[in-house]
Ligand binder design. Structure first.
Ligand code: GLN
Length: 235
């Protein structure tokens, strides 16, 4: 962790990329850290502000094509996120935020440069992927079934430098077969929900990546009920 053992959570560009309750991911991470007695500092960094490079976890959410293209341009010229990752920061990216972690993506019919932080490229799908998304997670992540809601036009192709987060059980995810991608401490997913409310074990994985700590179990009755309700909707 960074300053004086505070866990620094940084939500990037809420003014551009926050279409599906993405603040919820920040709240869930902060709450789950707090319940383990970890002091937390949260920062919301708007697109006209420099990206601090001293964060422990960076969150970036979903959005429409125009804001997504603008966010990618600003993050590339700012360089703060790249510096943070060089320091070993954890990144959780969702949908538009996930696509822009890759080499390139399409927005408004134009190919745009991504940040090149994940070995993925995204192009246009023939149809929009909208609806419940579930998948069986990569055993290396040690997570239960992923559950989320997806809404994207792009399709994502994974290079050799990443592993998929999950194998799709229902929905489309990257391409109808795999869902999300991860490498090191950078993870991206098409799962909205917000994802960390529906997937508390994923929230804890991000906290473990960021702190290196073993985390005590907490009372997950409510998230478990939410998961069961959403998973039963696709069975
Ligand atoms: N604009 C991207 C797409 O449609 C991402 C959409 C989103 O974040 N919901 O593929």
């Amino acid at each position: 962790m960074s300053t004086e053992s505070h866990l620094r959570l940084i939500w990037l560009y809420p003014d551009l990329l926050s279409t599906y309750g993405d603040r919820g991911n920040l709240l869930i991470l902060a709450r789950r850290a707090d319940l383990r007695g970890l002091p937390v500092e949260c920062a919301e960094v708007r697109a006209d502000h420099p990206v601090p490079s001293d964060g422990d976890v960076y969150l970036i959410g979903g959005g429409e094509d125009g804001p997504q293209a603008l966010a990618a341009q600003r993050l590339i010229s700012d360089g703060g996120l790249h510096r943070a990752i060089d320091r070993g920061a954890t990144v959780f990216s969702v949908c538009a935020g996930y696509q822009l972690m890759g080499h390139s993506f399409f927005a408004k019919g134009t190919q745009c440069a991504g940040l090149g932080l994940l070995d993925i490229t995204s192009d246009r799908g023939e149809t929009r992927a909208v609806g419940e998304l579930t998948g069986e997670c990569d055993p290396m992540l040690g997570l239960p079934t992923l559950t989320g809601f997806e809404n994207h036009g792009g399709r994502t192709h994974l290079g050799q430098g990443v592993r998929p987060v999950a194998r799709v059980a229902s929905g489309i995810g990257n391409d109808g077969t795999s869902e999300g991608a991860w490498h090191g401490k950078i993870l991206g997913t098409y799962s909205h929900g917000p994802a960390l409310a529906r997937n508390p074990a994923l929230a804890d994985l991000l906290l473990r990546w960021a702190t290196g700590l073993t985390l005590e179990p907490i009372d997950d009755r409510w998230p478990t009920r939410l998961r069961e309700e959403r998973l039963s909707a696709v069975r």
